[in-house]
Design a protein around this ligand. Structure first.
Ligand code: COA
Length: 259
């Protein structure tokens, strides 16, 4: 599929989605959001793809929503823009295949929100994070007010949201916004190694872990535990579980088939 503003490639069961508008620091305009939506659907649907890496071309991951497009928004179009972006990012978050953000540079506004919709964030030492929307008289519209407190806690989230300040990768690691910080030159190798470690596991197990965490997170614990037990029972009936347990006892690597 031809893309204008992103690139999409698949190697070794890993789909890499690269936001590719480096002259505008990969700012998310309508086209980028639409193409990110197409790319995550392609990755979710493809039998060749086991997991996804999201990154940016040049010195930014994504420097936010495209501010030139924000200028002309009104109440109705603004809400529609937020809902469209939210629904695309939700497809990353609910992907049954693991999605890792390899944050190479600025992850501001919608860029921080895109990273937060991924399952894991690995940051280059050069990465910078922030939700600077208040500086524009706005608030984050792609999930930032909701996912940031869930990741770093309410107080730290409110500090970032209300100051609009930018933090570096080490501070992002300290507060739990990113999983790991690596030298810039090792970013993609590090994301690839983590994703390959995930992909060595049962694909149905991965999918159900993601779903249990996503669906259980906002439920009362008793309901969330029921959801977990149901998923456990479902996985217990799979060929993959038979293969995984047998392989362990036979002291060999499992050959999972996703069935
Ligand atoms: N929307 C549209 N264009 C953007 C953009 C955005 N969010 N972020 C950067 N750009 C453009 C700049 O306008 C500039 O374009 P130009 O060369 O045609 O003038 C180009 O990308 C390079 O950015 P520049 O500001 O010159 O780089 P810098 O290194 O001086 O600063 C940032 C980098 C990230 C600090 C700065 O670009 C910035 O603050 N961006 C906006 C961040 C933001 O508020 N995001 C949230 C939006 S809701």
């Amino acid at each position: 599929m031809p893309y204008d503003t992103i690139s999409y490639s698949v190697t070794d069961r890993i789909a890499t989605i690269t936001v590719n508008r480096p002259d505008k620091l990969n700012a998310l305009n309508h086209r980028v959001i639409a193409e990110l939506g197409e790319a995550i659907e392609a990755a979710r649907a493809s039998g060749e793809v086991g997991g996804v890496i999201v990154t940016g071309a040049g010195r930014a991951f994504v420097a936010g929503a495209d501010i030139t497009e924000l200028q002309s928004l009104g109440a109705i179009s603004g809400k529609a823009l937020a809902e469209r972006g939210q629904s695309v990012l939700r497809r990353f978050e609910t992907s049954p295949k693991p999605v890792i953000a390899a944050v190479n540079g600025f992850a501001l506004g919608g860029g921080c929100e895109l990273a937060m919709s991924c399952h894991v964030r690995i940051a280059s030492e050069a990465a910078k994070f922030g939700q600077p929307e208040v500086k524009l008289g706005l608030l984050p519209g792609y999930g930032g007010t909701q996912r940031l407190p869930r990741l770093v806690g309410k107080g730290r989230a409110l500090q970032l949201l209300l100051t609009g300040e930018m933090i570096d990768a080490n501070e992002a690691y300290r507060i739990g916004l990113v999983n790991k910080v690596v030298p810039a030159a090792e970013l993609i190798a590090s994301a690839t190694a983590m994703l390959l470690a995930m992909l060595a596991n049962g694909p149905l197990a991965l999918a159900h872990c993601i779903e249990a965490v996503n669906s259980g997170y906002d439920l009362p614990l008793s309901e969330a535990l029921t959801l977990e037990a149901t998923a456990f029972g479902l996985l217990a009936s799979t060929d993959d579980k038979r293969e995984g347990t047998r392989a362990f006892l036979e002291k060999r690597s499992p050959a999972f088939k996703g069935a």
